[in-house]
Design a protein around this ligand. Structure first.
Ligand SMILES: [Zn+2]
Length: 215
């Protein structure tokens, strides 16, 4: 999710003409960053993790109407979703990026947690926070503004992924024991907490803006 924002901002800043289309709608960028992993919840429909929703063709087809309507403005959003498997999963795992043309799982497969994984995730989070501050997005996300209600979406996505991961353990205690057994997992958990707090504050500020003002 952090890298989605970093890559989307790079696309926004560097691809000619995109910046002129206006600022990015950050909640959607964060959600797109994790959206390919919705396949984890679709197992009962026969969808295997890191296959269809981790392929270029799937997202190109889904984005055709988006590009038709929004043109250049859609590029950073497309980048946010593509980088999930073309960058993140490429390093950490293997994904069927060329489905349906090739059944090959492509990637370096460093695995999670590994030093490469934790280093990349940490760098991504730090870069994301730095850019959020630099371009003023953090100030906007922390302001009492109705638009921030949409931060409930990445907050929910993060929560669902955490619960999905946590369900593999019989109790919270055994999960915490597992995390504490490995420094890399502790760093990953801390990164998730930082992102969670950021999303939660923003979503709360959005909800505050919704509250009807009493005269
Ligand atoms: Zn994935």
């Amino acid at each position: 999710m952090a890298w989605a924002y970093v890559w989307a901002m790079l696309a926004w800043a560097l691809i000619p003409g995109v910046k002129r289309c206006g600022k990015l709608f950050v909640p959607v960028i964060f959600v797109l960053g994790i959206l390919p992993d919705s396949d984890l919840l679709l197992g009962s429909f026969g969808i295997v993790h890191r296959t269809v929703t981790h392929s270029f063709l799937f997202w190109i087809l889904l984005f055709i109407p988006v590009f038709v309507v929004f043109r250049l403005k859609a590029i950073p959003y497309f980048v946010a979703v593509i980088q999930h498997f073309a960058f993140g999963d490429f390093f950490m795992g293997k994904a069927m990026v060329f489905w349906p043309f090739s059944p090959k799982f492509v990637g370096l497969g460093f695995g999670m947690p590994s030093l490469v994984d934790v280093a990349l995730e940490t760098v991504g989070l730090l870069l994301a926070v730095a850019i959020l501050i630099y371009v003023g997005d953090l100030k906007r996300l922390f302001s009492v503004n109705k638009q921030n209600v949409f931060m409930v979406l990445p907050l929910l996505a993060l929560l669902i992924s955490a619960v999905f991961f946590g369900l593999h353990w019989s109790s919270i205690n055994s999960l915490i024991t597992y995390i504490m057994s490995n420094d890399l997992l502790v760093v990953l958990a801390l990164g998730h907490i930082v992102l969670f707090v950021l999303f939660a504050i923003s979503a709360l500020q959005g909800l505050r803006a919704l509250k009807p003002k009493i005269k």
